[in-house]
Write a protein that binds this ligand. Structure first.
Ligand code: NAD
Length: 473
């Protein structure tokens, strides 16, 4: 049982002013494994004040000094990789195969920021003027539970690389992971107040950060509904806002695709992170004339997909993060059936051989039409929809007929044709015949999947404001 009763303000672990106690669960066993004392709005204000005090000196540090700090942060987070991996499995239920990637990602993003910074010019000419890219000020970084350490480190890396100071509000549901990251970052020995971490509820701590006039920038990852609330609140003080929100990503299978290769990829993209991924390819678009063949391959592949104990290396799908999330996903499976979609794998209830924990059967519907709720709404669980299309025009129209636009996938044998289809999709990222991540490429959404971009130069510039200096010669 872990008791987490400290937050991190002004370079020190302090007892929060807030006194609400919140239970942490192991979603694979439903056992309470920890208790966190949550911060409140007063704690958020204290953290913002510390970041504000630290900003003048920190914003004047040189690129070289910030690179050194990021390298120390990288080494410190890397040194806690095993602890992090263990916490990701224990508190979040990610299968070990996935948790390994997540634990490494947390330190990788710090090194990526170093690379970006090394090649970035903060000053550039524009006609006779000089343009200086200036850090925005105090950044509020609000993160979800589905990749706690990766989001904290990724957002913090970009903010600090730019010369901003930060107040981080992680999800209250991932406090054990947050504690490990906080201890690691503390060990990197940064100047006091440069980063502050206040775990508390969204409606209190998150809302205070979004509203506070001393916060210049919000970078948020989470649901579209909360993103809209933050944008409205932040408008009052015209904060710069980056929003990384939900998705309902199309996975377009072209008619020349080799299903032996593509079906495992489609399920990999759909069941990624136990289905709890914003970028999951949840709408699988398949040519009508090859639908039966595709379905048969999906059935075989799902039969081989293990859902259960996340510590078993054979497991591909772990539990949902909470009972609430489990119930929500079960609800969507019921909705799919009620809407007339045809279940070809999985369904309601626990997977075979599992008698507890918030596990969901890997579930695939076919005969889904794009106007059904299961095709339009983000389910955030291992529930996929196969949608048949007539021809490429139809596939592109269906793929783009969604309020979201975070990621899209196109798979086909003819690489040129696949690229042509990719060019017509409205998504911040399109994966053509690959599931591999590219950390230097911008990441973010079209439409209601968000505003702005993270990663690479685009991500750095989200924390900077151009200032043009026009001087008489
Ligand atoms: P969420 O929106 O419920 O919460 C995200 C964070 O916002 C949490 O820290 C929460 O406490 C905080 N929050 C809640 N209400 C708030 C408010 N009124 N003001 C300020 N902050 C508030 O999301 P979640 O359930 O933690 O995460 C799942 C969602 O995140 C999914 O919709 C998923 O698609 C999205 N997501 C997006 C990306 C991306 O990069 N686009 C990545 C991962 C997850």
């Amino acid at each position: 049982m872990q008791i987490i009763d400290k937050i991190y303000i002004d370079g020190a672990f302090v007892t929060p002013h807030g006194d609400e106690s919140f239970d942490l669960f192991n979603p694979a066993t439903e056992q309470v494994i920890g208790r966190v004392r949550l911060a409140d709005a007063q704690d958020a204000r204290d953290a913002i004040a510390a970041a504000k005090r630290a900003f003048p000196a920190f914003s004047r540090t040189s690129k070289r000094e910030r690179i050194e700090m990021l390298k120390r942060m990288h080494a410190a987070v890397l040194a806690r990789e095993n602890d992090l991996l263990d916490a990701i499995v224990e508190e979040y239920g990610a299968p070990v195969s996935r948790a390994g990637w997540m634990a490494r990602h947390a330190s990788d993003v710090l090194l990526e920021a170093v690379k970006v910074l090394e090649n970035y010019a903060f000053t550039r000419p524009a006609g006779t003027a000089e343009v200086v890219m200036q850090p925005l000020g105090v950044a509020g970084l609000i993160t979800p539970w589905n990749n706690d350490a990766g989001f904290i480190c990724g957002k913090l890396a970009a903010a600090l690389a730019a010369g901003c100071t930060a107040v981080i509000k992680p999800s209250e549901m991932s406090a054990i992971q947050t504690r490990i990251v906080t201890e690691a970052l503390h060990a990197a020995d940064l100047p006091r107040g440069v980063f502050n971490i206040v775990t508390g509820r969204g409606e209190t701590v998150g809302a205070e950060i979004s509203a506070h006039p001393d916060v210049a920038k919000i970078s948020f990852t989470g649901s579209t509904a909360v993103g809209k609330t933050i944008l409205r609140t932040a408008a009052e003080s015209l904060k710069r806002v980056t929003l990384e929100l939900g998705g309902k990503s199309p996975f377009v299978v072209l008619d020349d695709a080799n299903f032996d290769d593509v079906v495992p990829m489609a399920l990999g993209a759909g069941f990624m992170n136990s289905g709890q991924a914003c970028i999951a390819g949840t709408r699988i678009l398949v040519p009508q004339h090859r639908l039966a063949e595709f379905e048969a391959r999906v059935r075989e592949e799902v039969a081989r997909t293990q859902a259960g104990n996340p510590r078993d290396p054979q497991t591909a799908i772990g539990p949902m993060v909470s009972r609430k999330q489990w119930e929500r996903v079960q609800g969507y499976i019921r909705i799919g059936t009620d809407e007339g979609a045809r279940l070809i794998a999985g369904g309601e209830g626990l997977p075979e051989g599992v008698d507890g924990g918030w596990f969901v059967k890997p579930t695939v519907f076919s005969d889904v039409s794009n106007d059904m709720r299961i095709a339009r709404e983000e389910i955030f669980g291992p529930v996929l929809s196969i949608i048949a299309y007539r021809d490429t025009e139809d596939a592109v129209a269906i793929a783009n007929d969604t309020p979201y636009g975070l990621q899209a996938y196109v798979f086909g044998a003819d690489k040129q044709q696949a690229r042509e289809v990719a060019a017509r999709l409205d998504a911040g990222r399109v994966m053509v015949n690959t599931l591999n991540h590219e950390p230097a490429a911008p990441f973010g959404g079209f439409k209601q999947s968000g505003i702005g971009r993270e990663y690479g130069t685009y991500g750095l510039e989200a924390f900077l404001e151009p200032k043009a200096v026009l001087a008489a010669s």
